[in-house]
Each structure stands twice: as structure tokens, then as C-alpha cells.
Design a protein around this ligand. Structure first.
Ligand code: NDP
Length: 469
């Protein structure tokens, strides 16, 4: 099993402290890696900076071919990568395979885009060409919830735009990302795509390094704020995909049997550890009772366990910090009057960070479980009768990543969508991201966007050239 850093084309053992990678389902140590020292990090960034001059001039044809070969190798290693994901992250193996498949799909779509040279003429007839150039060395800091897929979301567009990259994965889930960088390095020059490992200060040392020209980070809002603050001095570009506390609004005309499984899946897949999954559910009072009952039925039929067990539908929470945070939030919500609707006590394994999927009602909209990014297998539900009030209340949040409306009346839904403060709104689905559609948050959910051609262009520097005779 690969557990070292890879930079400047070489596997390198860290010279810093030892860090265990723990299986969240069994609490067994999978492997132990050594953190980078600041000097090693500096070496990695400098080597990558030196490689940029070569890589930025790669031809479009060769680049397309290389990325396609990388995609083929990931496909060939699909099952092995999925096993690494389940081992380190905990999710059911089938979901881990889907994570790899989604990564491949994103890679292929990103590789199909052409970075354009746009030509405009102003009203006096002057021609203006808009070019997009590579930026330099990009720092990518990836989280533990979808470690492989999010690494692809960061790294592939950065390479496609002819940048070099240094990835720093979460110390909880580095293994599937190391394998990804291993595959990529078979096809690209040394120093172009690198991975450094560590915890403590490696992430901030990387994002603050003077040779880093752009940072892309997926994770918590407070860390995003630190990255933004430290980018000011150098006017470093940032793309921050931060916290979400997505709202879903269910109108009175829905078919409960049709929508309940979809709502459940969005709220609970990956045990609720997804930035754009339903975290606040508003249901019209005419369908409230029926929908709550159906969601409870689905929740009570889940099998909680080790992701390698074929019967498991929901795995553990990924790490102890997240597990403890959730337990406190749930306890507080119950103290404040929230009611657990589940009727069955699900059997949980004796070890591991397991929590049952909870359907909560009687939740105060001002309670922490409703206002913060709880990021776990909990769905707080609030009844409503006035859509105007719901739009107003749901917009009253510091997060604005995703939202959804559930109704048979698509025109009405679109009108409501336009009033929602949210980077993405889905109608009759949720968490349904697409590599063709720009994705990013408003307010404290982030800055910048990813996906689609516009997301790819965020890995470039725009230059306008004015041509006068
Ligand atoms: P963070 O979101 O803070 O991420 C930790 C990662 O960021 C580590 O790799 C760390 O590396 C790095 N880091 C910390 N400071 C900096 C910095 N200044 N510059 C660059 N990198 C830095 O923490 P957690 O993973 O613990 O998650 C906390 C909460 O975040 C969760 O409870 C959840 O609510 C949310 N979250 C959201 C995700 C999303 O998809 N939006 C994904 C995961 C979590 P190092 O230790 O080396 O500094």
C-alpha cells in the first residue's frame, strides 16, 4: 500500500511526525505515514515551480492524450481504488465504486473542454482577443468525505489548464489520493503533479508559500477564511468550496412515495457527510405527516455497518472529531425539544464511529442543528404553510451552497428557485452536481466555482490583447 509523498517525480518519506491512518469502521490502524517537514514542503513547491516552464508549453493534443491515458488507468484500477476509499473513509464499497466512476466521468468531461481564444470587436472596429494562460503552481487541499473524487475535481482542471499542482489530502484519508497521484505521474513530467502529507501546519505552509499562485480548498468555512486572509498580501487566486447547510422545500402537490427515497438518499448518502446534501427540510403541512412517516420507514430499514459488508447501506462517520461534534449537536437539539421520529433502534457495530440515521421534528429553526453545517446522518424537518415565509426563513442562513424544490409544478418551482439565495438550486432532485454546470457557493459557502468550462477557466489568468492597425 502506497503511503509516502510523491514530489519531483519521486516517492519521499516524510521526516516529520508519524500519523496513523485509521479505519473508521474498525478503529484499526491501516498504515502509518510520516508528515512532511517545512523544508520538504519547500523542496516540493520549488521543484514544481521549476517544472512549470516545461509543462505550460505542452501541446493541447498531447495533453488531451495524457489525460485520456490517466482516465484509462484509473478505470483499470477502479476496484482497487474503491477498496482504499472504503478502508480509509468508511463508505459502502458500492458507493466507493461510484465515487471512482464519478471521478472518471469528471476527468473525461473536463478533458473534452477546449480553452477558448475569444475574439470581439468594439464599436470602432478594433479587434480584441481574450486569451487564458496557465497560472503557475496550484495548491490543492482536499477533504475526507469524498477524498478521491474531490482530488480529481481539483487536480484535473488544474492540469488541463497547464498548471502544476501540489495536493495536500486530509491526514485522515490520504491513501486513495496517493494512488491517484501515482497513476498521474506515470504520464507527466516530474514535478508537475505532487502530493505532500501531514497535519498541523503543512496545509497552511503550503497555501502561504510565496511560489503558490492559486489555492483551491474544499472544507470548513473557518479554514477557508484563513486561506482567503493569507492570500491578500500576494493577491493569490483562491477557489473556496466551503460549508453547506442545504435547504429543501417540499410543496403540497408532491407524490410522497416518489420523492421520499430521493430526499432520504440526498440527506443520508455517505452518512450525511456531503457539502451539498439536504440538511434543512421544510415540508408543506398538507404532506408533512405522510412524508415524515415515509422517511422514518426508510431510515428504520437501513443497515449500519462496515462498508465492506455487502448488506451495509450506511457506513460510519469518518473521524472522531466529526463523531463527537455530531453527538453534541444531537444532544443539544433534543434538550431544546427536538423529537426523534424513528421507531426502531438500529443495531450499531460495537466499535467504530457509527451513528443511526435520525429523522428529527419539532426542531427550532434557531437551533444549532439547523443553523450550522452539522455534516452527519441527521435530518431536521420543519412544517410550513406559507411559501413566502419559508423562502424568507430559509434564506436567513449564512450558508448558501445548494437548495431544492419538490413539486409537480415546474414553472412555480423555477419562480421559487429564483428567489432562493443559493449557488445551485435543483428541482425535484438534490446533490445532483454535473461536470457541465458551474458549482459554487454564495455567502459563507465559498468563493469562485468549479465544473464546466467556466470552472476550468478559474485555473487560468485572463489576458486581453487589443489589436490596432
Ligand atoms: P478543515 O475543513 O479545517 O480542513 C482541514 C484541512 O485543511 C487539513 O488538511 C489542514 O491541513 C488544512 N488546513 C488547515 N488550515 C489551513 C490553511 N490555513 N491553509 C491551507 N490548508 C489548511 O477541517 P476538518 O476536515 O476537520 O472539517 C471540519 C468541518 O468542515 C466538518 O465538520 C464539516 O462541517 C466541514 N467539512 C466540509 C467539507 C465540504 O465538502 N465542504 C468537507 C469536509 C469537512 P493541516 O492540518 O496540515 O494544516
Amino acid at each position: 500500500m502506497l503511503n509516502q509523498m510523491l514530489y519531483n517525480g519521486q516517492y519521499v518519506s516524510g521526516l516529520g511526525s508519524e500519523i496513523d491512518v485509521v479505519n473508521p469502521a474498525t478503529l484499526d490502524t491501516i498504515t502509518t505515514f510520516k508528515s512532511a517537514t517545512p523544508k520538504q514542503l519547500d523542496d516540493a513547491v520549488k521543484a514544481s515551480f521549476d517544472s512549470f516552464n516545461l509543462w505550460k508549453n505542452i501541446s493541447d493534443v498531447e495533453l488531451k492524450f495524457i489525460l485520456a491515458r490517466i482516465g484509462q488507468d484509473i478505470k483499470a484500477a477502479r476496484d482497487e481504488i474503491a477498496e482504499l476509499i472504503t478502508l480509509e473513509q468508511g463508505k459502502p464499497l458500492e458507493l466507493a465504486k461510484l465515487e471512482v466512476d464519478m471521478g472518471i466521468y469528471w476527468l473525461e468531461v473536463t478533458n473534452s473542454f477546449e480553452i477558448p481564444i475569444k475574439e470581439n470587436k468594439d464599436s470602432l472596429g478594433k479587434k480584441i482577443k481574450v486569451y487564458h494562460h496557465p497560472i503557475g503552481v496550484v495548491a490543492s487541499i482536499t477533504p475526507w468525505n469524498w477524498p478521491f473524487m474531490i482530488a480529481i475535481w481539483h487536480i484535473i482542471p488544474a492540469l488541463k489548464a497547464k498548471n502544476c499542482v501540489i495536493n495536500k489530502p486530509s491526514e485522515y484519508t490520504p491513501l486513495s489520493t496517493i494512488r491517484l497521484i501515482d497513476i498521474i505521474n506515470k504520464y507527466i513530467p516530474k514535478g508537475v503533479c505532487n502530493i505532500v502529507l501531514g497535519d498541523g501546519e503543512i496545509g497552511s505552509n503550503l497555501s502561504n508559500h510565496p511560489l503558490i499562485e492559486k489555492v483551491i480548498f474544499t472544507g470548513s468555512t473557518p479554514t477557508g477564511q484563513k486561506i482567503l486572509a493569507s492570500s491578500v498580501e500576494q493577491f493569490r487566486q483562491v477557489t473556496l468550496e466551503l460549508g453547506g447547510n442545504d435547504v429543501a422545500i417540499v410543496l403540497e402537490d408532491v407524490d410522497i412515495d416518489k420523492i421520499a427515497p430521493k430526499i432520504f438518499a440526498s440527506a443520508f448518502f455517505n452518512s450525511g457527510q456531503t457539502c451539498a446534501c439536504i440538511k434543512r427540510l421544510y415540508v408543506h403541512d398538507q404532506v408533512y405527516e405522510g412524508l415524515v412517516k415515509k422517511l422514518v420507514e426508510i431510515a428504520d430499514s437501513q443497515i449500519i455497518g462496515n462498508g465492506f459488508d455487502k448488506m451495509t447501506t450506511l457506513g460510519p462517520v469518518q473521524n472522531i472529531k466529526q463523531y463527537q461534534k455530531l453527538k453534541i449537536l444531537i444532544e443539544k437539539a433534543i434538550k431544546n425539544g427536538a423529537h426523534i421520529e424513528n421507531t426502531r433502534k438500529l443495531i450499531l457495530p460495537d466499535t467504530g464511529y457509527f451513528l443511526p440515521p435520525l429523522i428529527l421534528t419539532n426542531v427550532l429553526e434557531s437551533s444549532e442543528i439547523f443553523t450550522t453545517e452539522q455534516f452527519g446522518p441527521v435530518l431536521p424537518i420543519v412544517k410550513f404553510s406559507s411559501i413566502e415565509d419559508v423562502i424568507n426563513n430559509s434564506n436567513h442562513s449564512s450558508y448558501a451552497l445548494g437548495g431544492s424544490i419538490w413539486t409537480e409544478d415546474i414553472n412555480k418551482a423555477e419562480k421559487i428557485a429564483n428567489q432562493m439565495q443559493s449557488g445551485t438550486v435543483w428541482i425535484n432532485s438534490h446533490s445532483d452536481v454535473s461536470p457541465y454546470a458551474e458549482f459554487g457557493g454564495w455567502k459563507m459557502s465559498g468563493i469562485g466555482s468549479t465544473f464546466g468550462l467556466d470552472g476550468l477557466l478559474q485555473f487560468t489568468k485572463r489576458q486581453s490583447i487589443h489589436l490596432s492597425e
